[in-house]
Design a protein around this ligand. Structure first.
Ligand SMILES: CC(C)(COP(=O)(O)OP(=O)(O)OC[C@H]1O[C@@H](n2cnc3c(N)ncnc32)[C@H](O)[C@@H]1OP(=O)(O)O)[C@@H](O)C(=O)NCCC(=O)NCCS
Length: 163
């Protein structure tokens, strides 16, 4: 799909507590959960979600932004170093998919976060996410197998890096 001609206003802004219920709903979508594969054990557990986001919001070492699409909260993009190296992840609400939102949001995020190298891990069959990474200059750097909570089994995973 050619998304280059869709004229949407994509912006990043600081995340606020008001965004969290929207992220919760976006991260409950079964198709998205299956796609992302490496999710929380129970994405419908609001307490666990709140605890996770309280940790994220309190961590000074994290770079976190809310993605706006024509002023609406379309998702989030975050970089943390909880496993050692700076690692990126993002989530776009399903109603915003296929419009170039993730690609453009990631490009904006990489302008404000200049830390390199940056790691991103993705299920091998998450072709949309792989495409988003490749369009932003990430290159394949490794692969492995991790347990997927969403799928209840081991799933092949690729590591991408931006140098
Ligand atoms: C993956 C995700 C971020 C993509 O967001 P998006 O805003 O739809 O992405 P974009 O529109 O910017 O780009 C998607 C690209 O993948 C392509 N794509 C989409 N579905 C595809 C598929 N099934 N197979 C191959 N390519 C696909 C699109 O054509 C586009 O590439 P193009 O511009 O070259 O045509 C979004 O689906 C999402 O948040 N999913 C759930 C959470 C998740 O997987 N997060 C990432 C974890 S690593």
């Amino acid at each position: 799909m050619d998304t280059s001609n869709i004229n949407l206003n994509i912006e990043l802004r600081e995340t606020t507590a008001d965004d969290l219920p929207i992220f919760f709903e976006q991260e409950l979508d079964p198709v998205a959960i299956e796609m992302a594969a490496f999710t929380a054990k129970d994405p419908s557990d609001r307490q666990a979600f709140d605890a996770h986001w309280a940790k994220v919001m309190a961590d000074q070492g994290i770079t976190l932004r809310t993605i706006l699409c024509d002023g609406q909260v379309a998702g989030s993009v975050v970089c943390h170093s909880w496993d050692g190296e700076p690692e990126l992840s993002y989530w776009i609400g399903k109603e915003f998919w296929g419009k170039g939102v993730a690609t453009r949001a990631l490009a904006l995020f990489l302008e404000l976060l200049t830390t390199r190298p940056l790691l991103a891990r993705v299920a091998k069959d998450n072709l949309a996410s792989i495409r988003v990474l490749e369009k932003n200059g990430f290159e394949l750097a490794g692969e492995g197998v991790w347990f997927s909570n969403a799928r209840g089994k081991d799933v092949e995973e690729l590591a991408y890096k931006l140098k």
